[in-house]
Design a protein around this ligand. Structure first.
Ligand code: ADP
Ligand code: MG
Length: 401
């Protein structure tokens, strides 16, 4: 009989011992260089075990600084301890990319409270009632981790609903742990939301090359076979990631892709060569992901810039040479408005548009400079920071053009 396609060929990987451990989805049990943050979150949440409501927490920092890993680790430990000690404490981790409205988040909480019931199709107020009822009756302290909270469309309403619930409860409580990569997210909040959400803040700074090396070493030891990854390859991956962004995810991805390249090429070592080759594809992957995770309006702003650039607008004579794709912020704004209206969306104001440009620049997706003398007021020159056609294609798919 012929062998089934899925039957293992009997060959084990010569490179990986446990490939999962070097993927970004894996949550390690130890997070070096985050001891301070872990300690602070733990001490804030600890009061839940004594029946009091912990303060809300707000965690922020760039992508890949360990916010998700830290949150999952601490909430996991809290749940384990509460179950062991039979304390009425629950923790609900939510990624708001998938739960991007007040309704969806509250429905998820209630579903977790009553796992045997089905709440699909119930009204928002019914779900809210169910949530407070459960907290009250069980005297439950619930921590709701809202990762990528900036993705929630009606975030002011969500924070208000969760905060207000506490005023109605005689027993139990609901605390919010908000997490965001967007450094300017806070400024966009309603002042009341801001004060209830951001009372206690924790910053996650980027990692330096030395820290990334240390982090990678820990992962490599568990993920790869012994002596497969050369230490110069680890140093190089850490150096690349530190230079780009201080992002541990980039560092981890570099070694994952480098390992795959070695495996495909039938090599038994992961060396600098593989890391260098991996760099291009990892950069591309990360850019695509960053673009797909932008909020809708920001995608549109970026698309307007990409569209004008690909139409060869903004060719400027600078002395004798020609510089391509240099746009005035005003023309990008006009194009953005046109696109928004064509999609029947209401465009944001010029002020928000500038804020969006700042955020895109912070992600390295665009560059900008003040336009200099002779041109009116607030004008900036902007230029796409990434390959035009690829990004245009990605955005067209995302936006449904
Ligand atoms: P963020 O949520 O801030 O974007 P993540 O928590 O997703 O970052 O971390 C990105 C990747 O880097 C994950 O694979 C994570 O396990 C890893 N990582 C981040 N910080 C550390 C650390 N201090 N030690 C080990 N791995 C880390
Ligand atoms: Mg995260």
């Amino acid at each position: 009989m012929s062998q089934n396609l899925f039957e293992s060929s009997g060959k084990e990987s010569k490179v990986f011992k446990n490939r999962d451990i070097i993927t970004p989805h894996y949550t390690p049990k130890k997070l070096p260089f985050r001891e301070k943050q872990i300690e602070e979150i733990t001490s804030t949440l600890r009061v839940a075990l004594k029946g009091s409501k912990p303060n809300n927490l707000f965690l922020y920092g760039k992508t890949g600084t360990g916010k998700t890993a830290t949150t999952k680790l601490v909430l996991g430990e809290l749940v384990e301890f509460a179950e062991r000690e039979k304390k009425p404490v629950m923790a609900i981790y939510t990624n708001c990319r998938n739960y991007n409205s007040k309704y969806k988040v509250l429905a998820k909480i209630v579903q977790k409270f009553y796992p045997e019931k089905d709440f699909i199709g119930y009204s928002g107020s019914f779900i809210y009632e169910k949530m407070t009822e459960f907290a009250q009756e069980r005297e439950m302290q619930t921590i709701v981790g809202l990762d990528e909270i900036d993705k929630v469309k009606d975030v002011d309403e969500l924070v208000y609903a969760l905060t207000r619930a506490n005023d109605e409860l005689k027993h139990g409580g609901i605390s919010i742990m908000g997490i965001s990569n967007q450094l300017t997210f806070k400024e966009r909040l309603d002042p009341r939301t801001k004060s209830s959400l951001c009372g206690e803040e924790l910053v996650f700074p980027p990692y330096n090359a030395k820290e990334l090396t240390e982090i990678l070493k820990g992962r490599v030891e568990k993920a790869f076979r012994k002596n497969v990854v050369e230490s110069s390859a680890i140093n190089l991956a850490a150096a690349f990631a530190a230079k780009e962004s201080g992002d541990a995810r980039t560092a981890v991805m570099l070694l994952l892709r480098a390992g795959e390249l070695a495996e495909k090429g039938g090599k038994e070592k992961v060396s600098d060569t593989e890391v260098k080759k991996a760099k291009k594809s990892v950069e591309q992957e990360i850019t695509t992901e960053m673009v797909s995770s932008l909020p809708g309006q920001q995608k549109l702003v970026l698309y307007a810039i990409a569209l004008l650039t690909s139409q060869r607008k903004g060719v400027r004579k600078l002395g004798k040479s020609e510089e391509k794709g240099v746009l005035f912020s005003g023309e990008a704004f006009d194009e953005y408005r046109r696109l928004a209206l064509s999609l029947k969306e209401s465009p944001v104001s010029a002020r928000w548009f500038r804020q969006y440009l700042d955020e895109l620049e912070m992600c390295g997706l665009i560059f900008s400079t003040p336009s200099g003398k002779g041109i009116r007021g607030n004008t900036r020159l902007i230029k796409l920071g990434i390959e035009t056609e690829k990004i245009k294609g990605t955005l067209e798919k995302e936006l449904g053009f």
